[in-house]
Design a protein around this ligand. Structure first.
Ligand SMILES: [Zn+2]
Length: 232
């Protein structure tokens, strides 16, 4: 795993600044005090190596040369206590910058992609059905009128023509009618917002909810201009 130089130096990968840890004993930290790296991919333990610092490195009060530490361990650079969780967080951030392969993270998103697609189809088919019912309803009114005229033997009535013309006009009008356009768009936007956080590139956070799982699987990489994450 990648090693990160940690110390007071501005050139250090992880810089110890007094603003993060307070002024006390900051002068006992060397410019390049330790190197830190994750022990393995699980990121549960850090390997800390003292870089021949002036005042030494201490884990749980013991001076060390190289040691693996847990977030629960106490670490001191010289006399300076360093927040172990902070250190883990810093290494995590750095490690992410070097990470390119996100196949596992991407695969883990599949259930959310499926749920998103399903929910989207539901919204679309619901509004399609609604449009169909409205069309049928409107077209039926003049047809019922015609049926009434037939049933009562008024086939020569002038009303026949009115209903026939009305029927044609309404049919044409309803074909032009696309019901619930705004409603559907809003429902789809809401869905998108709800899934955007779940369906995001694990490296840069860019939303992947704009396309399907199949699309990203085929493309294999993030579309972020500065992101080199690989999904497959
Ligand atoms: Zn990305």
């Amino acid at each position: 795993m990648e090693k990160y130089i940690t110390g007071l130096s501005e050139q250090a990968d992880i810089q110890i600044k007094s603003s993060d840890h307070g002024q006390t004993d900051i002068e006992t930290v060397s410019q390049q005090h330790i190197s830190v790296s994750f022990k393995d991919e699980s990121q549960q333990q850090l390997i800390v190596e003292d870089l021949q610092s002036t005042n030494g490195t201490f884990v749980n009060g013991q001076r060390i040369k190289t040691r693996s530490i847990l977030p629960s361990d106490q670490i001191k650079l010289g006399h300076k206590s360093i927040d172990t969780n902070w250190l883990f967080g810093q290494v995590k951030q750095k490690a992410k910058k070097h990470q390119i392969h996100f196949e596992e993270e991407f695969e883990a998103m599949k259930p959310d992609f499926d749920a998103f697609l399903k929910a989207r189809e539901k919204v679309k088919s619901k509004s399609k059905r609604k449009t169909l019912y409205i069309r049928l309803g409107i077209s039926f009114i003049p047809l019922l009128g015609l049926l009434y005229l037939f049933a009562t033997g008024q086939t020569s009535s002038g009303l026949m023509y009115v209903f026939i013309v009305l029927s044609s006009v309404l049919t044409i009008l309803t074909l032009m009618f696309q019901g619930g356009g705004t409603e559907q768009a809003e429902a789809l936007d809401k869905l998108q917002a709800a899934y955007e956080r779940k369906l995001a590139c694990p490296k840069c956070g860019r939303s992947l909810a704009t396309k399907s799982y199949a699309y990203w699987k085929e493309r294999g990489t993030c579309t972020g201009s500065r992101c080199d994450a690989k999904f497959t």
